[in-house]
Design a binder for this molecule. Structure first.
Ligand code: NDP
Length: 280
């Protein structure tokens, strides 16, 4: 029977630890989430981020701009937040409305305040093995892997998915932890064979229960990043959870990676605050 990697409980512990550190700082790290338009899923995420940040003692607020905001207006807003000394972290909630170029908005954020870790400078730092702000979801996965007790050095890790926000930075972090890393994607020849070799399997595809039990190596540690909605409205991951009981450990969906993403947003914000304010 696979051990359950409880991301909700781990995230609560991480957030409690952050709250303790924030309480000793003498200032409240400032996080601003910029939301443009009315994407319904974004509304839920943004509220959850705000609540978690406030509970941990951060000065968090959401700047909700109308859907008709122009690209120039958004860039102007971001520039103002860059210049605001009380703001340590800026997160531009995606997706943006189609008339705004996502890469321009991300590129406009001061890399020192880029708590999503999406700015090309931070992505380049990660790829170069240099310190910088790291995307929240892969950072959360590394916490879950540490919690699992999995041996990373020398282990074969497979990352399923190569997006800028999950797959690629995930692979870089695993490489940095001395895994032997393979990245698979929609053009990979034999996904099943690649997965079966993996001691660590991180699925970030966005396809409901695509990873079958027969793809999972006995004793592997399986991290399921995917969030998919079934026809009946319930949520599931990219891994067929019920078929994965021969794994050593697996994250549930929901309650696995998702809560860790928010906890790591707060970690990034605290890191950014301390770095900006000269190691307070
Ligand atoms: P993207 O759609 O940006 O990337 C998906 C990746 O999966 C791509 O690299 C794509 O390959 C690959 N892929 C798609 N279909 C297949 C297939 N049939 N076989 C093999 N590879 C495939 O998604 P994200 O990375 O943004 O997110 C992935 C999942 O993780 C989603 O379900 C998302 O909701 C979830 N997510 C969860 C978070 C959390 O906090 N838990 C945070 C962020 C995302 P190619 O590049 O070739 O097109």
């Amino acid at each position: 029977m696979a051990a359950l990697l409880d991301g909700k409980a781990l995230a609560a512990r991480v957030r409690a630890g952050l709250a303790q550190r924030v309480a000793t700082l003498g200032f409240r790290p400032g996080l601003v989430v910029v939301r443009v338009g009315e994407d319904p899923a974004s509304g839920v995420y943004v509220r959850n981020k705000d609540r978690a940040a406030q509970e941990a003692g951060f000065a968090s607020r959401t700047l909700h701009l109308p859907a008709a905001t122009t690209e120039a207006e958004l860039l102007f807003t971001i520039a103002a937040l860059n210049a605001d000394g009380a703001v340590d972290g800026i997160l531009v909630q995606l997706p943006l409305p189609p008339h705004i170029a996502t890469e321009k908005a991300i590129g406009a954020v001061d890399p020192a305040k880029d708590v999503d870790g999406f700015h090309p400078l931070n992505a380049g730092r990660l790829a170069s093995g240099l310190p910088g702000l790291v995307p929240c979801t892969p950072r959360g996965v590394m916490h879950l892997l540490a919690e699992s007790g999995a041996r990373l050095r020398g282990a074969r890790a497979l990352v399923l998915g190569r997006s800028q926000i999950v797959g690629r930075p995930m692979a870089q972090l695993l490489l940095g932890a001395d895994c032997t890393v393979t990245i698979a994607h929609s053009r990979t020849d034999d996904l099943g064979a690649e997965c079966r070799r993996a001691d660590i399997l991180v699925a970030a595809v966005g396809r409901a229960e695509m990873v079958k039990g027969g793809w999972i190596k006995p004793g592997a540690v399986v991290i399921d990043v995917g969030i998919n909605r079934r026809a009946d409205g319930t949520l599931c991951g990219d891994v067929a959870f019920g078929e994965a009981q021969h794994a050593a450990a697996i994250t549930p969906v929901p309650g696995g990676v998702g809560p860790m993403t928010i906890a790591c947003l707060l970690e990034n914000t605290l890191d950014a605050a301390i770095a900006r304010r000269g190691g307070a």
